[in-house]
Design a protein around this ligand. Structure first.
Ligand SMILES: [Ca+2]
Ligand SMILES: [Ca+2]
Ligand SMILES: [Ca+2]
Ligand SMILES: [Ca+2]
Length: 604
């Protein structure tokens, strides 16, 4: 009860009047017409709800491209093949045509922006697996033939824009496909390892200064594989061997053999800017997600980001937006890439970590409070890009590298029942939507996908799969498996995310509101935030109360003070077993936060 009183006191400081709760107003939320979004050209990044998808794993709209480049296409021979629907490391046939066909499915869930894994032309097969994920680019000027053509991508963007959905590309400046080899490590045809462990140990700058260098070479026949042509010179790469992820090697090492571009060189900075200016000119995307940002030197970003934002404006894309992947879980490691690096935003790995700690590991809600208390680190203003702040961070629960949140829940030492996994998953997503930052749904999460871990194990097919290790998964909240089509618009996760999207668009404070923590505790339980937003002479103040405990929590300030109006109360989608619902029956229902649930109040 001390919790509740503290919260009351905090609330009492901020407000006042006597507002009653009308049940009918609560139900209005459910029946409200879809809120009309601003046109995509003018819409703010903070208005978006993202869907992150690997096109190869989504839907096969064109079976004629499953093998990639045509057999007689000698120019693109290395972009042919790698198709095997039974192998999780190979192409599965999904493509841009399939994604275009499924736009209504995304639209109905309230998705307003799509983030595609890289779609530029890849080396199809490399070290025994394939480039189905898109991160092994050889040609930065055209679309991979497995996914379609440049025209197919333009068609996707055109159809998405007609639905007022934005399209963001995943781009890479850190590396290209693995073409360059080292004489000390590889045979002259590049196919055989000379060293134990299939690794070329990193050589530091100090070693290079002593003459201890690798001799890089391009195997015969591969001299002109890359486009643009300047990428075919070994001189534009670091050539220091494989990264061991620490110190100098984090920036200058090869990412498991992928040719690490010398982003310290002015020629490379200009070359990469020109590559992506051309992409903007040709396709007019709404923004970029940038891969492997922390493996590139900060000075590169300081040039790259303002140059592309300015260029996009010349192409009529005024709200062009870029967010980076900095694989770190501390705000003090993430924020320099916005504050110093001039990227507008980064993926909020720190929030992902906090969600895992609170909802998987059952740490206290103070973990969230401590995270958000560091939001000031992102606050800055640059003359050459828009101001950045924590409201623009990109929220996610899991991804194609670390695996799905559902997998973390399944593997938890707490042995959660399926119904509890469902409820924890939905609450994690509520925190994505209703905390500061822009939510991302990882494709398949809305269908209860779980997976066996990260990387390939988390990249299941939405179309019927032939991968045994996918099809034996027990999906959440459905009897289906991944062996069948999973575009089920009645799935409880899909339905719930659609409802979250409606709330998100209906209340501007959920998108733009300045966030303050009202209450947290050092164990699972209440986490209460306030979000305040003023526009056009109006002010909206919302209080969102999350309950991460398996016991209901009772907020008696509603019955006592009536200063807040209930806007939305999450319902237990399925009964959570093992929960203690020992609630005083005299208490007004609107002041109860069910176990693993949340409530949104309007603060007058
Ligand atoms: Ca296909
Ligand atoms: Ca290489
Ligand atoms: Ca690098
Ligand atoms: Ca499995």
């Amino acid at each position: 009860m001390r919790i509740l009183l503290s919260l009351c006191r905090l609330l009492a400081l901020t407000l006042v009047v006597n507002v009653e709760v009308y049940a009918s107003e609560v139900s209005d939320v459910f029946t409200a017409k879809a809120v009309k979004l601003s046109p995509y050209q003018q819409r703010d990044f903070q208005d978006e709800i993202f869907y992150f998808v690997l096109p190869d794993r989504f839907y096969n709209g064109d079976k004629s491209n499953d093998l990639g480049a045509a057999a007689n296409d000698t120019k693109r021979a290395l972009s042919r093949g790698g198709f095997d629907k039974t192998n999780k490391g190979m192409y599965h046939g999904g493509d841009l045509a399939g994604l275009t066909e499924k736009l209504p499915y995304l639209d109905n869930m309230g998705i307003t922006a799509i983030w595609l894994t890289p779609v530029l032309r890849n080396q199809a097969v490399q070290n025994g697996s394939s480039g189905y994920h898109g991160y092994w680019i050889v040609d930065f000027s055209e679309i991979d033939p497995h996914l379609g053509t440049n025209a197919a991508l333009k068609n996707l963007i055109d159809k998405a824009h007609k639905r007022n959905i934005k399209v963001f590309f995943d781009i890479i400046t850190n590396h290209t496909a693995d073409v360059i080899k080292y004489k000390e490590c590889h045979s002259s045809d590049g196919l055989t390892w000379l060293l134990e462990g299939k690794n070329c140990p990193f050589k530091s700058l100090a070693q290079l200064a002593q003459g201890d260098t690798y001799i890089p070479f391009i195997p015969k026949g591969s001299e002109n594989l890359k486009t643009p042509a300047w990428l075919n010179s070994v001189d534009v790469y670091h050539n220091q061997g494989d990264s061991n992820w620490v110190g100098e090697s984090a920036i200058r090492g090869d990412f498991a053999g992928l040719d690490d571009v010398d982003t310290n060189s002015e020629q490379v900075v200009k070359g990469m800017i020109d590559i992506y200016k051309a992409i903007i000119d040709e396709f007019k995307p709404d923004g970029f997600r940038i891969d492997t940002v922390k493996h590139v030197n900060m000075a590169f970003w300081q040039s790259f980001s303002p140059a592309l934002i300015a260029h996009a404006k010349t192409q009529g894309i005024d709200n062009f937006f870029m967010y980076g992947e900095v694989y770190s879980f501390e705000p003090k490691l993430l924020s320099p890439f916005t504050v110093e690096g001039k990227l507008q935003s980064v993926l909020d790995f720190a929030l992902q970590g906090a969600l895992q700690q609170t909802l998987v590991e059952q740490k206290g809600t103070d973990v969230l409070a401590k995270l958000f208390a560091q939001d000031y680190l992102y606050q800055t203003s640059h003359h050459d890009i828009e101001n950045t702040n924590a409201n623009q961070l990109v929220n996610f629960t899991g991804n194609h590298d670390m695996g799905r949140f559902a997998y973390a829940l399944k593997e938890s030492q707490h042995n959660y029942s399926e119904s509890e996994q469902i409820q924890r998953n939905l609450l994690a997503h509520a925190l994505l939507y209703f905390s500061r930052g822009v939510p991302v749904i990882y494709y398949g999460d809305e269908q209860g996908f779980v997976g066996d871990g990260g990387d390939q194990a988390s990249r299941q097919d939405m179309m019927p799969s032939k991968v045994v290790s996918y099809n034996d998964d027990d999906l959440l909240a459905t009897d289906k498996s991944t062996a069948v089509d999973n575009f089920d618009m009645s799935h409880v996760f899909y339905q719930t995310f659609a409802k979250y999207a409606q709330l998100y668009q209906q209340y501007p404070a959920l998108r733009f509101g300045q966030q303050t923590t009202l209450y947290s505790q050092d164990k699972p339980g209440v986490f209460a935030i306030q979000r305040v937003y003023s526009w056009q002479g109006k002010t909206q103040k919302l209080v969102i109360v999350f309950n991460t405990a398996k016991q209901a929590k009772n907020l008696d300030m509603i019955t006592d003070k009536s200063a807040i109006k209930l806007l939305y109360k999450s319902t237990l989608s399925t009964a959570v077993d093992n929960v203690d619902s020992n609630i005083d029956s005299n208490v007004d229902d609107n002041s109860i936060i069910e176990p693993l649930s949340f409530v949104i109040y309007n603060l007058k």
